[in-house]
Write a protein that binds this ligand. Structure first.
Ligand SMILES: [Zn+2]
Length: 1148
């Protein structure tokens, strides 16, 4: 092989010379593996001064004559805008100067001088490498592109100097460099950030690259990837090796004209004239079809090893870079998710957002996913998932005139079986992920399949066989798109999602160059699957749907996409879990009462739409898939907790304002309130369930003995009274019950017994719990005389050694179950004696930690359901200082079942309690929402949770996970004080016959206690005020959400609508009637999707039957776990307000 090689095409062979008679040569056989190894010596390395690497740059200049640098460092961790930065005093700076510490921002004014002699070069560029991330701006503040310094594979330090600037000879730029790497400060791992890292300016050079040498490098790399990737001894693999070897023989560093000859050789594999086609290389003739569809992407974790504020910069850098690339590579299409990131960009980089919008409208920049952030999908409530899409889709529609069609959660740690229904309800039918390729036990069996959710709704799902959302667009990636496809028998097309990610970046030019070469190869050869560029992800899914007879020829996967990995994320960072759950409930309640207030408040009250939106956006942001799971650095949780605090404050204010309208002037009861008269105390129940509960009230010191007599129980210090509140209907106020407990109530007083040392028994008429020698030794159903704890076994707190194999905050590994220590309650004492509430307080001192648990039993049953048992409530205060230990609460139960039941969004699901198969074994720690339950025929026991999401049921032992203590990426994860609660609830009948979902709902829903301050009587209010909404006919249908319509005009005069969301909670059909107060003046009622689009169908029939003098009814039929959204259009914009306390007259 030499430069005299002939380049005639195989299809047009040159006339071959006659076959000689004599042969005196040595023959041409090679040693293939040595030739293969040789390819590693063509660029850089030991021969870097004489191989192609030596020819990549023609000039590199960094002298003051070429580059003038001035710098200003922003104080502390501030992040000034371009305009603010430009007002500062800049100092001289030079290459080699050091900048820091971590997370600081530094602004540069750069003046480049380009000599006239550079005019002949194809390209002149400025290379700036501050070792960290940076953004290049024009002197007017227009963001141009991002810089990724350092020496990783994602390095991008070059900026192409525009032609006009070269002609002018001088070019000025502004650069913001930020002292963090692509992956924060962790130095490549997942450790906590080093707060004191400094970066040095390694490059600030005017550079002339030898473009033809770069193109040869890309040619050679594609050839080499073909050699390394294709199965050995195929014609194409051999041809690529022969060609690459010939290129090495042809190149000479002393004769750069050899580069052109070497590139000509590559056409043997890529085809003659391939390069001239440019993006036209992807043009397909009739009948041709690509198997791999490439889409540029940049996964930007909204917070992870860096805080939110850094993500805002990453987004701008990454997306500016992609807009720049689109101009040079017309085939480049870029898909990016997360409305929140677009909104940040719009606010902080408005001109960049305008350019982005232009490319969205041109069809090149593709918003995708339809959600606010790429959320965790295990823990957000059903309603919160709805809002992820409602807020996301509304944003995309408002800004770009178009909603997304494909849901996109490539990196979320498991995907709930509620998601297909929520995706379809949000106007999408396709779903992309890849995360299950991370399973550490079983290999997920499908690539393209119908994902069928718990309610039977399906979405067309593609789990890319490339097994990553950060593909490097190598030959290996493209090949794997087919060779790793799990169900080629039913579909043979794959999506290649390429571009650097997690910390941002996106595709590099070399990826787009490589893809063109690969496509060139496959235009002549089919040993590699052909790749296509220039289409969208939506088009890809449209094609999948068309080519599989609308999914009929695809396999199905039913239920959740459980990730067999990262099981510690249901527990890591207790504070974020609590913030999430409590905020979700608070916003649910605020929307409900604010809707009612807006109907009766007249001009005095305006529905606080903007404030609600702001709160929701904060909650949705914190649901990002590295924030809510507890897998981010400590800085992120400082931000997240601040956001929850704001939601709490604003939510409380909105709640107070609305309740003032509904109840009249009133004050919230807080621990510092001192109650003098019980007649004016009212409890507001925001749930649609009737409830009867024991409440605790702070009493004023001077309370009269007559008033004191009204409370059935007073705390030992006399400062608190206990009373029963009976809310006969749902969603209304109730006064305190003043009559003493009698059998007529349906329950008898609760009591607590002790032997004076280590034996305590809490008992009422339904259940009894015994703590003996520090452990729970007995749980008894009093009515049935049924003991629920197996003889000789005990329940209580337990500690597991928690040392996962790598991903510390993410993973609890199966072997943690092998090393358990049961903890004993010590110093147990009685703190409440009954008759309404009996409590014991216990202490556990373990290692450096202290745990205080108050175990309480009330006289009342868990719900108003006939036969309901009471629950045992556990209120814990923990000062936690363990490391790599896992605190759980467990109960061994006299109940046998192959499955346990866990609440998920809008329903529940079952997981195995055994280890029959590896799929069963993998679910040794699972996510649940408000309850987990182990039931057999006739009986069951549930754990209720108000802020914990990790559960397990191994055999007959039910566990709730309480606290972990990882040290990466947050060294201080969960250290310090925690308060949380859970409950143990025995119930007669199997879970499916039980009141567990109701009890769990109530356990999470506070009764809002208020004191009426305008002289009104609580009793009078109770009898005149009732909810305008109720569900009848189906106890399995829950009315979850009441809100005003998204498109309402919240000032006077606009249309007024009310949106109600209901779901079937047990998994079976239901015919329910939604009853609405006639006084609301419902003009029309529609069933809508989750985005509140009224369907074109006929409105729902409004039933006005006899016996419903003051209500109208809407008949709704559900299938199991179905979610329905109903929109009521009201006549006139508000209710009559003459008698505000009686917008509904209660039927006598
Ligand atoms: Zn991610």
């Amino acid at each position: 092989m030499s430069c005299s090689h002939s380049h005639s095409r195989p299809t047009q062979p040159a006339a071959a010379p006659a076959y000689p008679e004599l042969n005196l040569s040595s023959g041409a056989k090679w040693i293939k593996n040595l030739t293969k190894d040789r390819l590693g010596q063509f660029n850089g390395g030991h021969f870097g001064d004489v191989n192609l690497g030596s020819a990549l740059f023609t000039r590199k200049e960094d002298g003051k004559d070429f580059v003038d640098l001035k710098v200003w460092s922003a104080p502390g961790l501030t992040k000034p805008s371009f305009e603010e930065a430009m007002k500062q005093d800049f100092k001289e700076a030079k290459k080699g100067d050091s900048f820091g510490p971590s997370w600081t921002n530094h602004w540069w004014k750069v003046t480049l001088t380009i000599p006239e002699s550079f005019a002949d070069y194809e390209r002149v560029q400025f290379e700036f490498d501050p070792g960290c991330e940076a953004m290049i701006f024009t002197t007017d503040g227009e963001p141009l592109q991002g810089i990724t310094g350092g020496y990783g594979g994602d390095r991008r330090v070059e900026y192409i100097i525009p032609e006009a600037a070269r002609k002018k000879g001088v070019h000025e730029l502004v650069i913001e460099s930020s002292c963090n790497g692509m992956f924060g400060m962790a130095g490549g791992g997942i450790g906590p950030p080093d707060p004191n890292r400094y970066f040095s300016l390694d490059m600030a050079d005017v550079v002339v690259p030898n473009q033809e040498a770069w193109r040869l490098l890309w040619d050679f790399q594609t050839l080499r990837e073909l050699v390394d990737t294709l199965p050995g001894n195929t014609p194409l693999q051999n041809k690529a090796l022969v060609t690459a070897n010939a290129i090495m023989n042809t190149f000479s560093h002393t004769d750069l004209s050899s580069i052109k000859r070497a590139r000509h050789l590559a056409e043997d594999v890529f085809g003659e004239g391939w390069e001239k086609l440019g993006a036209g290389i992807y043009d397909e003739k009739d009948g041709e079809r690509s198997l791999v569809w490439g889409i540029g992407h940049c996964h930007i974790d909204t917070a992870w090893l860096w805080p939110y504020s850094v993500t805002q910069q990453k987004t701008a850098r990454s997306w500016a870079t992609q807009l720049d690339l689109m101009e040079r590579y017309p085939e480049h299409r870029f898909a990016c998710s997360q409305a929140q990131q677009y909104k940040w960009l719009e606010a902080q980089y408005p001109t960049l957002f305008e350019r982005l919008t232009t490319q969205v409208l041109a069809g090149k920049f593709h918003p995708i996913g339809g959600s606010w952030v790429e959320n965790d999908s295990n823990m957000p409530s059903g309603e919160a998932l709805v809002r992820q899409f409602l807020f996301g889709q509304r944003y995309f529609e408002a800004k770009f005139g178009k909603r997304c069609e494909t849901a996109w959660l490539p990196d979320s740690f498991g995907l709930t079986g509620a998601l297909p229904q929520i995706i379809r309800g949000s106007g999408m039918k396709y779903f992309f992920t890849q995360k299950l390729s991370w399973n550490n036990i079983n290999n997920f069996p499908h690539s393209t399949f119908n994902w069928v959710g718990i309610d039977g709704t399906q979405v067309l799902c593609h789990m890319t066989p490339v097994d990553t959302y950060t593909a490097q667009a190598t030959v290996g990636d493209v090949n794997r798109a087919i060779t790793n496809h799990k169900n080629l028998e039913s579909s043979d097309t794959s999506l290649l999602v390429f571009g650097n990610g997690d910390g941002g970046g996106g595709p590099l030019p070399k990826m787009l160059e490589n893809l063109r070469r690969m496509r060139a190869v496959t235009n002549n050869n089919r040993e590699l699957p052909p790749v296509h560029m220039g289409r969208s992800v939506d088009e890809f899914f449209d094609y999948l749907s068309e080519s599989t007879n609308a999914g009929k020829t695809l396999p199905n996967w039913n239920g959740e996409l459980y990730l067999e990995f990262h099981r510690g994320t249901y527990t890591s960072h207790g504070s974020i879990k609590k913030g999430n759950r409590h905020s979700e409930i608070l916003l649910r309640d605020v929307e409900h009462v604010a809707t009612l207030a807006s109907l009766i408040g007249g001009k005095k009250y305006v529905y606080p739409k903007q404030s609600l939106n702001d709160c929701w956006e904060k909650v949705l942001l914190n649901q990002f898939h590295d924030v809510l799971p507890g897998s981010a650095i400590g800085m992120v949780y400082d931000d997240a907790e601040k956001l929850y605090k704001e939601v709490r404050k604003d939510g409380d204010k909105m709640l107070d304002d609305a309740l003032d309208v509904i109840l009249g002037d009133s004050q919230r009861v807080t621990p510092t309130t001192r109650i003098t008269s019980l007649d004016r105390v009212v409890a507001y129940n925001t749930t649609f369930f009737p409830r009867r509960e024991v409440v605790r009230l702070p009493l004023a010191a001077g309370i009269s003995s007559a008033a004191k007599a009204q409370v059935s129980q007073i705390s030992a210090d006399g400062k608190e009274g206990y009373a029963v509140v009976h809310c006969a209907g749902g969603a209304s106020p109730a006064a305190l019950s003043m009559t003493p407990i009698t059998e007529a109530w349906g329950f008898t007083p609760v009591s607590v017994y002790t032997n004076g040392s280590d034996h305590f028994v809490l008992r009422n008429s339904t259940v009894q719990l015994t703590i003996s020698k520090g452990r729970i030794t007995s749980l008894l159903d009093v009515h049935l005389k049924r003991e629920l704890i197996p003889s000789g076994e005990t329940g209580g707190l337990v500690i597991f050694e928690d040392r996962p194999n790598f991903w510390d905050a993410w993973d609890v590994e199966i072997h943690h179950l092998e090393k358990a220590t049961q903890l004993e309650f010590t110093n147990v004492s009685i703190v409440a004696q009954g008759p309404l509430r009996a409590s014991v307080r216990a202490e556990v001192v373990y290692g450096q930690s202290t745990i205080s648990v108050t175990i309480s039993l009330d006289a009342v049953p868990a719900t108003t359901k006939l036969d309901s048992r009471s629950m045992f409530r556990f209120d814990a205060w923990v000062d936690w200082h363990q490391r790599h230990e896992f605190l759980k609460f467990e109960l061994p139960l006299n109940i046998h079942s192959d499955t346990a039941t866990y609440e998920t969004q809008f329903g529940h699901l079952q997981r195995p309690t055994h280890k029959n198969t590896t799929w069963d074994m993998a679910k040794f720690e699972v996510c649940g929402h408000k309850y987990a339950d182990l039931s057999e025929y006739g009986y069951g026991v549930a754990f209720l949770s108000e802020s914990k999401y990790g559960f397990a049921c191994q055999g007959n032992i039910l566990r709730i996970s309480l606290l972990r203590a990882a040290t990466e990426p947050d060294a201080e994860q969960d250290q310090g004080e925690h308060t949380f609660s859970w409950a143990v609830m025995p119930h007669k009948g199997h879970f499916l016959e039980s009141d567990v979902p109701t009890a769990a709902y109530l356990f999470n829903s506070p009764l809002y206690m208020r004191i009426l301050t305008d002289g009104a009587s609580a009793r009078a209010l109770e009898t005149t005020t009732n909810s305008p909404f109720a569900v009848s006919g189906a106890p399995n249908v829950i009315l979850e959400t009441v809100k005003r319509g998204e498109d309402d005009a919240f000032k006077a005069g606009g249309p007024a609508t009310i949106v109600l969301r209901l779901y079937e909670a047990f998994g079976g059909h239901a015919n329910a009637q939604l009853r609405v107060a006639a006084g609301l003046g419902v003009e029309e009622a529609y069933e809508t999707n989750l985005l509140e689009d009224a369907s074109e169908d006929v409105p729902l029939a409004v039933v006005r039957s006899e016996g419903m003098a003051h209500q109208v009814g809407l008949d709704l039929s559900f299938r199991g776990f179905e979610v329905k959204t109903v929109k009521l259009v009201l006549r006139g914009k508000k209710m009559k307000t003459e008698k505000r306390e009686s917008w509904v007259t209660v039927d006598a």
